[in-house]
Write a protein that binds this ligand. Structure first.
Ligand SMILES: Cc1ncc(C[n+]2csc(CCOP(=O)(O)OP(=O)(O)O)c2C)c(N)n1
Length: 602
């Protein structure tokens, strides 16, 4: 007998979904039956925590542009969607959740879990999704599935949820094929490519033509829109320099003269210096977040600006752009390219090259460090040498994001880098690797996290092993919550409260944990062991946990570095109180030193 679980699975498969992530409950078992009957056309991956299902779906979507699909059971399954869904919502990633629910007519019993696991799921989900619907009947469901794909992939993409009551999911379906029709315009984001109006494009062309030192800040929307070719061509044709946000990393190849670095306080000063020198800053598919704008000290008051975004509500949020381009990045950049005259700016490229070199010189020394415990910069250098252009690197929160962005190179443009900056939550990388490996089996997927971040999802190592995924999980183990340890030390007079993750007698061994979970476990304590360890990791067929003991005083955050060194000379520092002040919309060029250095609470 066919049932509604078949209907849902069949529609998902017709929309091109080949992988669903989740954990079953009685209310969703029919969906599992539907998927099982259709495997391998559509497959299911069992995660150890529904939070991981949402993260895996998010990573799947970032790499493919297709909505990542996950399923959760009613109540405790639903609440665990939160971390991933807020990440997807804030980062504009298309994700769809099929959510279990109690039977429709149990409404009065839902309160306070009187009927087991019940609560007001709709109100809850509405706050973490772009849209949430309940399928009140079998007949409503196909149209809701079409709405889910349409909403997730159009305009500013985002996560959506369809709540399916138990009686609807289990109901018999007569197999009527006519209800299954999909809308194939919405299988992938961006579903629409609106181009900015001709007069605003003209204004942007005129402005770019008048300036000497153009910089483009590429945000995550460049990759989301698959606009890397257009962006590269524009930069090369007018000698503009591209810097990227974390989520924009990979928007251009990072090997050429037109790349200026990653713009984030964690990623080193080069990009910040370059942006400050620009006479026009073109924010391209970037929401100009706190980190990318270095506490909104960028752009400076005297700089001309262009802001391109598919969401018309975005330009103008933190500064009034000289030109606002409301459109899709790929389409609008292509339109700009058609009108703009090629232009050489050799002086500007020379200046940028010398800024880059000044900042790179001390880094090369750090990368060659032989210190024990290891310098993370050394780990990154050896990893960089082994990464192929299309391998996927997934960052956890905290210092890993800085080490990756500043020391690993995007050898080609493309969607190969994942930074979960919608929330900056610890524990993203290991579960996200499930989604990445599912769609990129031919590539190596590398996660990089601190020990604090790694703890969050150790259970998913078993998922990686069970599915034979080619993931290398690098754990930069400094024995402490590095960022918070330094924050406490600097701003609270040497405080060291609840930041250490080990004691002399209790030292967790992550490599051994990996082995116990069915991965290859490798532990590195000295630089001599590193090369061989990485070779082993890259040669392994299944998942690897590569634990490296790193220097607990290492930080990519320059403001911390300076303060830690100066602090040793007996200076004390104020808490970053000034950074709490909301910056005025019509910016002044004045900002506190702390803000300009990018001291950010993470
Ligand atoms: C889920 C979550 N909880 C807390 C934080 C605040 N936080 C930011 S960085 C950090 C320390 C992370 O430690 P670890 O993963 O070991 O990396 P390290 O700082 O040592 O590089 C914490 C607790 C966060 N970003 N996310």
């Amino acid at each position: 007998m066919a049932h509604v679980g078949d209907l849902v699975a069949e529609m998902l498969a017709r929309y091109g979904v080949e992988q669903v992530f989740g954990q079953p409950g009685g209310q969703t078992a029919a969906l599992y039956d539907g998927i099982a009957k259709r495997s391998p056309r559509i497959r299911h991956m069992l995660v150890r925590d529904e939070r991981s299902a949402a993260y895996a779906a998010d990573a799947y979507a970032r790499l493919t542009g297709k909505p990542g699909v996950c399923d959760v059971t009613v109540g405790p399954g639903t609440t665990k969607l939160t971390d991933g869904f807020v990440e997807s919502l804030n980062a504009s990633v298309p994700v769809i959740a099929i959510v279990g629910e109690l039977p429709s007519d149990w409404e009065p019993l839902r309160d306070k879990g009187v009927a087991s696991q019940g609560f007001d799921q709709i109100s809850f989900l509405k706050s973490i999704t772009k849209a949430t619907w309940t399928a009140s009947s079998q007949r409503a469901l196909p149209q809701l599935i079409r709405s889910a794909f349409r909403t997730a992939t159009s305009g500013r993409p985002g996560p959506v949820a369809i709540v399916v009551p138990h009686n609807v999911m289990d109901a018999e379906w007569d197999g009527d094929e006519t209800v299954l029709e999909i809308d194939d315009r919405y299988t992938r984001a961006p579903a629409h490519r609106p181009v900015a109006s001709s007069d605003t494009i003209e204004e942007a062309v005129n402005l770019l033509d008048r300036v000497q030192r153009p910089v483009i800040v590429a945000g995550g929307g460049v990759l989301g829109s698959r606009a890397t070719d257009e962006l590269t061509r524009l930069a090369e044709s007018i000698d503009a320099v591209v810097v990227t946000s974390f989520t924009g990393k990979g928007s251009v190849a990072e090997t050429g003269a037109h790349f200026g670095g990653v713009l984030n306080p964690l990623a080193g000063p080069a990009a910040n210096r370059i942006v400050k020198r620009a006479d026009v800053v073109f924010w391209c598919a970037s929401k100009v977040s706190q980190n990318t704008s270095v506490n909104w000290t960028l752009p400076a008051a005297e700089q001309a600006t262009i802001h391109l975004d598919v969401d018309p509500a975005e330009p103008g949020r933190t500064f009034r752009p000289t030109v606002a381009l409301n459109g899709d990045a790929k389409g609008t950049l292509a339109a700009l390219l058609e009108r703009i005259e090629p232009r050489e700016r050799p002086d500007w490229l020379d200046e940028v090259a010398s800024i880059k070199e000044e900042e790179a010189a001390p880094r090369r020394e750090e990368e060659a460090s032989d210190s024990v415990p290891l310098a993370p910069q050394r780990v990154m250098r050896e990893l960089n040498a082994r990464l192929d252009a299309n391998d996927v690197v997934i960052s956890d929160a905290s210092f890993s994001a800085g080490w990756i962005s500043a020391y690993l190179t995007a050898k080609e443009a493309g969607r190969n880098w994942i930074f979960a900056r919608g929330q900056g939550g610890l524990g993203y990388s290991v579960p996200a690797a499930l989604g990445a490996a599912a769609v990129r089996p031919e590539n190596r997927v590398v996660t990089i996290s601190g020990d604090g971040g790694f703890y969050y999802a150790i259970g998913e190592l078993a998922t990686q092993a069970q599915n034979g995924l080619r993931v290398i999980n690098v754990v930069l183990n400094n024995g402490t919550l590095g960022w918070l340890q330094m924050w406490e030390e600097i701003f609270y007079d040497g405080l060291r409260q609840s930041v250490d993750l080990e004691t002399k007698d209790s030292r967790p061994n992550f490599a051994a944990t990996g082995t116990a979970m069915g991965c290859t476990g490798i532990r590195v304590e000295s630089p001599e062991e590193l090369g061989e360890a990485l070779d082993r990791a890259f040669a392994a067929e299944g998942p690897v946990v590569l634990e490296v003991r790193i220097d607990p005083r290492a930080t990519p955050l320059h403001s911390f570095r300076r303060r830690l060194v100066e602090g040793e000379e007996g200076k004390t520092f104020d808490r970053p109180g000034t950074a709490y002040e909301l910056r005025p919309w019509s910016r002044s060029a004045e900002a506190s030193a702390l803000e300009q250095e990018g001291v950010v609470a993470e």
